[in-house]
Design a binder for this molecule. Structure first.
Ligand SMILES: [Zn+2]
Length: 450
């Protein structure tokens, strides 16, 4: 049996968000629950898993530097206490932004490498929206990233990384990670793997895996909302044959670069007013308020879409949701007069409202406001699952319009028989790339520099 550590740091940070992530923003998974994130039979792979910890947060703003430093120090201390280790399985996102730390994951992985030593095998799972630097590739022996966006293969990616770890520890030629950056940055909404061109680009990856000497081929879209020198897309290939690995990385990178002019939004996309014209008149519809999408790093507290809809006198919509701890507390305390919007620093209007009826469930206040149902949340959170609406007592079928803070829609929402429109709204994850401050990204990055 080979003893392997399991753990990692998993978040995505918009450098345009004013909200620093603090320790309570992260959920720490340990013990058996951490081992259960990886759906493999460890014993059958010859591995004895040693859970360290996995810190994960809802995507947000930059991580406070002292919080990141403590996470790294805690992880290193736990690794040292774990006794002799043959390797590590790192479950990462890859798009952390920490003020003053240019490459947080690179620094973290280098630390893990320094503790475990040059002979240990390090295998990582990444979100395809992560940023990979030469330091990340150099610290790792094996690399696997999600091949779907929206992500429906998270557990399978963990398993791919675990199987490569076992294979490398079983002996034979040691793999290497080949990195080929691509100077191209678009939002996930323009690079969904469910539509072209990324559908075909990702469908081609398993073909590379089948090549002699190649273990795992990946295309990283990268993360567009961090103004950082390391921001880039990349091809990454884990291979024991250096020539084959480099050639596959070059081929994947070239194919993505050549598709750059075909990258387009995966759903009907309109400015807010035009989007409201459509969704208030077309029958059952979903409106995605994209600039404030918390699962991409948006703050999730903006009320501009609600204000615009109320100004039109619209009734019968479900709004899920707006994060506002003060308004939530007022409603919970039975005070129906609230000020809503921008409480967490996300900007937009601050509007005075009166709730006619309020139902509290799951740290949410479901408030009837001017004939609409508005979900006001204590914490930043997405509403992507139908089960969540059911738990809040909201029957979506009886509401023609559902407004969510989202970019591309989750698999649950995407499957609903409703017209689906993405509004180009303001916020920390605005889809209007031309309007994003761009001081630190590498020069020559498309479409920032054409
Ligand atoms: Zn992602």
């Amino acid at each position: 049996m080979k003893r392997i550590a399991i753990g990692g740091l998993h978040t995505e940070c918009s450098s345009y968000s004013p909200l620093l992530q603090q320790r309570p923003d992260f959920t720490r998974t340990t013990g058996d629950a951490l081992i259960d994130l990886v759906p493999v039979d460890f014993a059958a792979l010859g591995l004895e898993p040693v859970p360290i910890f996995h810190d994960r947060s809802v995507p947000g703003g930059p991580v406070a530097p002292d919080v990141f430093a403590a996470q790294v120090a805690d992880f290193v201390a736990a690794l040292r206490q774990a006794g002799p280790l043959d390797g590590a399985l790192l479950l990462m996102h890859g798009a952390m932004f920490v003020p003053g730390v240019e490459d947080p994951e690179g620094a973290f992985l280098a630390k893990v490498r320094s503790v475990l030593g040059p002979g240990a095998i390090l295998s990582a799972s990444y979100d395809l929206h992560g940023q990979v630097t030469p330091a990340v590739a150099a610290a790792l022996d094996a690399f696997a990233a999600y091949r779907t966006a929206p992500h429906v293969d998270v557990a399978e990616t963990h398993a791919r990384a675990a199987r490569m770890l076992a294979r490398a520890l079983a002996g034979g030629p040691r793999p290497q990670v080949h990195l080929r950056p691509v100077p191209l940055l678009v939002p996930g909404e323009m690079s969904s793997t469910f539509v072209e061109p990324c559908k075909s680009l990702y469908a081609a990856l398993p073909g590379h895996d089948a090549t002699e000497g190649i273990w795992d081929a990946n295309l990283m879209i990268g993360y567009v909302w961090a103004d950082s020198p390391r921001a880039t897309a990349a091809a990454l290939v884990t291979a024991t044959d250096p020539a084959a690995g480099a050639a596959a990385a070059r081929a994947i990178a070239t194919a993505y670069w050549e598709a750059r002019h075909d990258l387009a939004f995966d759903m009907e996309t309109l400015p807010l007013d035009a989007a409201l014209d459509v969704v208030t008149a077309c029958g059952p519809a979903i409106l995605a308020d994209s600039g404030d999408n918390p699962t991409a790093g948006g703050v999730g507290d903006r009320a501009e879409v609600l204000a615009a809809l109320l100004a039109r006198g619209h009734r019968g919509a479900v709004f899920a949701g707006i994060a506002d701890p003060d308004a939530f507390a007022a409603l919970q305390a039975g005070r129906p007069e609230i000020l809503l919007g921008g409480t967490l620093g996300g900007g937009g209007p601050r509007i005075g409202l009166t709730a006619d009826a309020v139902h509290i469930a799951q740290e949410c206040a479901v408030a009837d406001i001017a004939g609409n149902r508005v979900v006001i949340t204590r914490r930043r959170r997405p509403f992507h699952d139908l089960a969540t609406f059911a738990a809040l007592g909201i029957d979506l079928d009886s509401h023609a319009l559902l407004v969510v803070k989202s970019g591309y829609l989750s698999p649950d929402l995407r499957a609903l028989p409703r017209r689906q429109v993405m509004a180009l709204t303001d916020g920390a994850v605005s889809q209007d790339l031309a309007a994003l401050a761009n001081h630190h990204r590498p020069r020559g990055t498309f479409p920032f520099d054409r």
